[in-house]
Structure formats: structure tokens, C-alpha cells
Design a protein around this ligand. Structure first.
Ligand code: GDP
Length: 139
């Protein structure tokens, strides 16, 4: 089933000039980048995006990190894109990530872990709508 997921290339990766390398892993996995924009995330945007983690001890650190340098927000499309991208990203903590995954290849720590990917189709739709309109997405 063709579906869409939402991706962010995080500040640790843009800072090290890894956008192209991350995109190569995404494309090699059979996912299509159908929308993409480099932005500086505002404090308000980051707080809203990670609202579900507001009670976690690392929330402040996470918001600070996400606003510390540019990010690349993306819409990915493909067969089972949500699950497929989670697989390609690897585990949250790079120490636990499988070989060949983006986080194993590039992440620096559990917090600065190079990429975000939606955890469900429902959240993907909400996250895409926070950063893109339908007109931005060209499949
Ligand atoms: P994900 O779905 O694999 O991104 O993981 P989670 O939904 O559990 O966490 C969201 C994001 O919060 C992660 O990708 C990390 O950037 C950050 N995060 C998670 N756990 C920690 C932690 O223990 N410390 C810090 N600083 N950040 C964390």
C-alpha cells in the first residue's frame, strides 16, 4: 500500500553537511522524497511538534536541539512508508541501531540522532500538515 510519512533531517546532521548522504539512504530504500524544505524551526514549532514528550525530562533539551541549526522537513512516499522509514532510520539510540540504518551510520547520541520519522499513519498526516500543504507535495 502506497502511503506517506513525515521525516526531519535533524540539526546534528545538517550541521555536519549530511543531508545528501541521508537522502541517499532514503532513496536507496525505495522511498521517494515528494516534498522537502530546509527551515530553521522556531521554538513554538518545536514545542508543538514534540508536545507528546512535554512531560519527559529531556523535553527542554530536545526543543533546544531542534532549534539549534537548520532542519530539513520532508514528505516521503512509498510502499508501507511509515514502517519502512522506521526500519531505515534504526533504533532511537544509535548504539542499538542495526547496521546500515541512518542512525547507525550517522547519529551521535540518543538525543542527537539525525532523523525523525512518524510512528503511525495518523501521526504522519498530522505532522505533514504542520509543515506542508497538499500543493507542496508533488508525487
Ligand atoms: P523516535 O520515535 O525514535 O524518534 O523516539 P522517541 O519518540 O522515543 O523520542 C523522540 C526524540 O526525542 C528522539 O528521536 C530523540 O531526539 C529525543 N530523545 C529520546 N530519548 C531521549 C533522551 O533520553 N535524551 C535526550 N536528550 N533526547 C531524547
Amino acid at each position: 500500500m502506497t502511503e506517506r510519512t513525515f521525516s526531519i533531517i535533524k540539526p546534528d546532521a545538517t550541521r555536519r553537511n549530511l543531508t545528501g548522504k541521508v537522502n541517499a539512504v532514503i532513496e536507496d530504500a525505495g522511498l521517494r522524497i515528494v516534498a522537502q524544505r530546509r527551515i530553521r524551526m522556531s521554538d513554538t514549532q518545536a514545542k508543538k511538534f514534540y508536545e507528546v514528550h512535554a512531560a519527559r525530562p529531556f523535553y527542554g533539551e530536545l526543543v533546544e536541539f531542534m532549534t539549534s541549526a537548520p532542519v530539513v522537513v520532508q514528505v516521503l512516499e512509498g510502499d508501507n512508508a511509515v514502517a519502512r522509514y522506521r526500519e531505515v532510520m534504526g533504533a532511537t539510540n544509535p548504539a542499538d541501531a542495526a547496521a546500515g540504518t541512518i542512525r547507525k551510520l550517522y547519529a551521535e547520541s540518543v538525543g542527537e540522532n539525525s532523523v525523525h520519522g512518524s510512528d503511525s499513519a495518523e501521526n504522519a498526516a498530522l505532522e505533514i500538515a504542520q509543515f506542508f500543504t497538499e500543493a507542496d507535495i508533488v508525487g
